[in-house]
Design a protein around this ligand. Structure first.
Ligand code: ANZ
Length: 845
């Protein structure tokens, strides 16, 4: 046995003894690489446990303490169940905060980033998290981002990475583009500045090609991911089904297509609307009168200042410009006046709509504002209709201002008359298809993923611009394209990438001809880095592959993934997309990266979110120093259900410390030798021990960590009583109870558990010891009825556990009110206890 700290430092309510104990075991784990996954062991079943990797924003905070505690509990649990467990850690270390900090300090983003990473690494070590430290990765290392570049080129080869000019979300403060996902309520997700639209040429990943699979495969995750996250993903992808319908335009060659979910209502179209900021609007206006051109230009300027949210909100007056042009209804040849109006968006569907005011509220509002006709084509008052039995004349939208969007039968629609909605849609689509003026279509809210950023601190895009204006890939052998030094570079945002000014870096040669060329100066969105990092952990040191498909077959997908709900859309959607691409490349056999997902709640203080600006931060390292890692871990685990927010004001770290001291003390009091069989030991305690063994797996697998801690506290109490009472410290059931307690305590308080294990006479590490199976007979909750007699006469009966001890039974009998009455004023001469059936008090007087 090595130095036995607890012998001298007990009782351990004193934080210093905990800190000595922490240092001892953290050194042991580091020296022995205790928690490395065994890459060569294919015998044992595998578990891949992962918490979303951290951004190195400074010291670890209480949110980290919570998140990585949970993944640690799960990782430790599966080791105790005999699994080969992978629980890796890395850093998502590219991104704007490092760059902004570097600009403020006039320093290199590398310095800030790697200093913070070192600090967080030390934090995790002193928190006792059982990571596999041999697989650490940092996305800002060339060894990592080289594979981002490889991924980019693979996507490019497959036609999934492309460049195009389009209106993009532009953050005027950060001076960079944002993906749609990074715009929240019209504002930059990072800095809160109002986002504007700007036309730029950018790189995109064609995620829309995977829209159907991204949507349909969510069904596989039902019951394994939070319902809320599944719904958010579904809404984000936003699939609509309907038809594309082609409209000819008078005085113009070719057609303009609209997407409609209601092709059945085509006969009810009374006008046509184009998005003011679409190419077609500009073209139609240009072909119109000078007055229209002027009015349109003024309107467009106004519209461009609006956010998408404003444009879509329904409670503002409708505005628009009549372009003095006409579209032709492909069904009946009717002329439809064309308007440009901001409620139609340029980048949804085709940026144009056929307006059916009777049955679409937005169109109706517009028609009423500009006095356009409203023609009813669905009668919703018929039997089975949405307004069954009402008067259709009274319901006419022209008068009520309420569009009739419900079900009914078709009217005023020639051959469709009399059909219900589904048949009418099918029939209308078939007719359009026959005539070659329409076809079935699906439409998505999901847009392609804009991945280029005009910033320094990210993965350089591995493409080269030739003198001829071609854009060609960097040869694979030339990877990585590493970031240059920042010497002489101005990183302040200017709207173009700072890399463009690194002349010697930008200057390169055309990989095929050797002619002078220039590197693409943009870097990748950091969500590219995190879209596949969980696979890199499988081969984090390889310089020949991004990840080894065989290792992926062994370990992936991730069995247990945990992180904040703020990643419900962005990160998870991108990771799902890239996984599907890898699947199509034949690199992985699965379609979904994360088999189960948990969103933990937040750690708050006095009901409010903690923040630096509010000055209500609870600092991780301060809590750690004051209470020790184990007490912090126990307090957090005990604080409530995983998904709930935890108010630090209600969390008892001192209570946790006391519990740990009690646990440690019972371990020191066990006197039976190692290996003593528990058979015949104190029955009540054996029952408690085996009931916990039977219950614990379900508690952990259902992430009810708080309940598990409560059970451990009970077992400590029961053991304490057994030691002090009838059983005594030498009873083999006491050793059994303390050993089981130690193996389970390891999930939440690993330092204390290691120490107890050693005190009990075992070799470390308890973290690798398999839990014994519960003896179901001992665990069973059988109760029997005991008769309590006074001088041989039954005065009461009580139900007790079959394995109850004699002392326990006697004290329960004494506690019974009826017995207390019967004994009142009498002297007890003798107590006869025959557990569990009879208690008899012999009394005098
Ligand atoms: C005619 C019609 C009649 C429509 C009717 C609806 C009801 P979701 O379900 O969100 O996909 N639309 C198409 N492109 C648009 C754009 N770029 N900007 C604004 N609105 C657009 O919505 C599809 C419906 O939204 C389409 O179906 C179209 O209006 C409109 F009784 O076509 B509908």
């Amino acid at each position: 046995m090595s130095e036995n700290l607890s012998a001298t430092a007990l009782p351990s309510d004193d934080a210093r003894s905990f800190s000595a104990l922490q240092a001892k075991w953290q050194r042991y784990w580091a020296d022995n690489n205790t928690f490395e996954a065994d890459a060569d062991d294919t015998e044992r079943p595998h578990k891949y446990v992962l918490a979303m990797f951290p951004y190195p924003s400074g010291d670890l905070h209480m949110g980290h303490a919570e998140n990585y505690l949970y993944s640690d509990i799960v990782a430790r649990y599966w080791r105790h169940r005999g699994y080969n467990v992978l629980h890796p850690i890395g850093w998502d270390s590219f991104g704007l905060p490092a760059e902004n900090a570097a600009i403020r300090r006039g320093a290199d983003p590398r310095e800030w980033t790697y200093e913070n990473i070192d600090q967080q690494k030390a934090g995790f070590r002193s928190y006792g998290v059982s990571f596999d430290w041999s697989r650490v990765l940092h996305t800002s290392d060339p060894e990592y981002y080289r594979w981002n570049q490889w991924l980019f080129l693979k996507l490019y080869e497959r036609g999934l990475a492309y460049r195009k000019e389009s209106p993009v979300n532009w953050c005027p403060n950060d001076q960079t583009v944002l993906a749609n996902e990074q715009v929240v309520d019209g504002r930059c997700e990072r800095c809160g500045a109002e986002v504007v639209k700007k036309k730029l040429t950018q790189w995109y990943f064609r995620i829309t090609e995977y829209a159907d699979r991204l949507l349909d495969d969510l069904d596989q995750l039902e019951g394994h991911w939070p319902q809320k996250v599944l719904q958010m993903q579904r809404n984000w992808i936003g699939r609509s089904t309907g038809a594309d319908i082609d409209f000819a335009i008078e005085g113009r060659e070719g057609v303009v297509t609209v997407f409609s979910t209601r092709p059945d209502t085509l006969a009810g179209a009374t006008f046509f609307v184009v998005a003011p900021d679409s190419d077609i609007a500009a073209e139609l206006a240009a072909g119109s009168t000078p007055e229209v051109q002027a009015e349109f230009a003024a309107y467009l300027t106004k519209v461009q200042k609006q956010t998408e949210i404003e444009r879509q909100s329904t409670d503002r007056p409708k505005t628009g410009v009549f372009l003095d042009r006409y579209a032709v209804n492909p069904l009946n040849g009717e002329r439809l006046p064309i308007w440009a109006a901001d409620y139609v968006l340029a980048d949804y569907g085709h940026g144009a709509v056929m307006a059916v005011p009777a049955h679409d509220q937005r169109d109706l509002d517009f028609a009423r504002a500009f006095d356009l006709p409203v023609r009813l084509v669905v009668d919703t008052t018929v039997t089975g209709g949405s307004n069954e039995g009402e008067d259709i004349a009274a319901l006419h939208p022209e008068h009520t201002g309420q569009a009739l969007t419900g079900d009914g039968i078709m009217v005023n629609s020639a051959e469709l008359d009399g059909l219900g909605r589904a048949e009418a849609i099918a029939q209308a689509t078939a007719t359009l298809q026959e005539r070659g003026t329409g076809r079935q279509a699906k439409n998505y809210r999901l847009r392609d993923w804009l991945i280029s950023r005009q910033r320094f601190w990210g993965t350089p895009i591995p493409m080269v611009h030739t003198a001829e204006g071609d854009v060609v890939p960097v040869a694979d052998s030339e990877l990585p394209v590493t970031l240059p030094s920042i010497d002489g570079l101005d990183l302040t945002p200017k709207g173009t990438s700072p890399l463009g000014a690194a002349e010697s870096w930008v200057t390169t040669t055309d990989p095929t001809t050797g002619a002078p060329a220039r590197r693409d100066p943009d870097t990748m969105d950091t969500f590219v880095d995190s879209s596949w990092y969980f696979l890199r952990f499988l081969s984090s040191t390889s310089d020949t592959v991004a990840f080894d498909p065989e290792a992926a077959a062994q370990w992936a997908p991730v069995d247990f993934y945990i992180g904040g709900v703020e990643h419900a859309i962005l990160h998870l959607l991108y990771a799902r997309f890239i996984t599907k691409v890898f699947h199509d490349m034949g690199l992985v056999s699965f379609n979904e990266p994360f088999s189960s997902l948990i969103n933990q709640g937040m750690v708050i203080l006095d009901g409010a979110k903690m923040s630096k600006s509010k000055g209500n931060l609870v600092l991780f390292h301060e809590e750690l120093e004051r209470f020790g890692a184990d007490a912090l871990r126990v307090a957090l685990a005990f604080a409530g259900p995983v998904e709930d927010d935890k108010d630090w004001a209600d969390v008892s770290t001192t209570g946790a410390q006391k519990f740990l001291a009690r646990a440690l003390r019972v371990a020191t009091e066990v006197t039976s030798p190692v290996g003593t069989p528990a058979d015949g030991g104190f029955a009540a305690l054996r029952h408690d021990t085996h009931r916990l063994l039977a219950e614990a797996p379900e508690l952990v697998e259902q992430t009810k960590f708080n309940v598990l801690v409560a059970r451990l506290m009970e077992l400590v109490n029961h053991t304490r009583k057994a030691i002090d009472g009838e059983a005594g410290p030498g009873d083999p059931a006491v050793r059994e109870a303390v050993e089981v307690l130690t193996m389970m305590l390891d999930l939440v308080a690993p330092h204390t558990a290691e120490e107890m294990w050693e005190i009990l006479g075992h070799e470390p590490s308890v973290g690798l010891v398999e839990w014994p199976a519960a003896d179901q007979t001992l665990a069973a909750d059988t109760t029997v009825t005991t008769a309590i007699q006074v001088n041989g006469k039954v005065r009461a009966t009580i139900d007790v556990p079959a394995g109850i001890s004699e002392s326990e039974l006697e004290s329960r009998a004494r506690a019974d009110e009826r017995i207390q009455k019967a004994l009142d004023g009498k002297e007890i001469v003798r107590v006869i206890v025959r557990a569990p059936k009879i208690v008899n008090f012999a009394v005098k007087g």
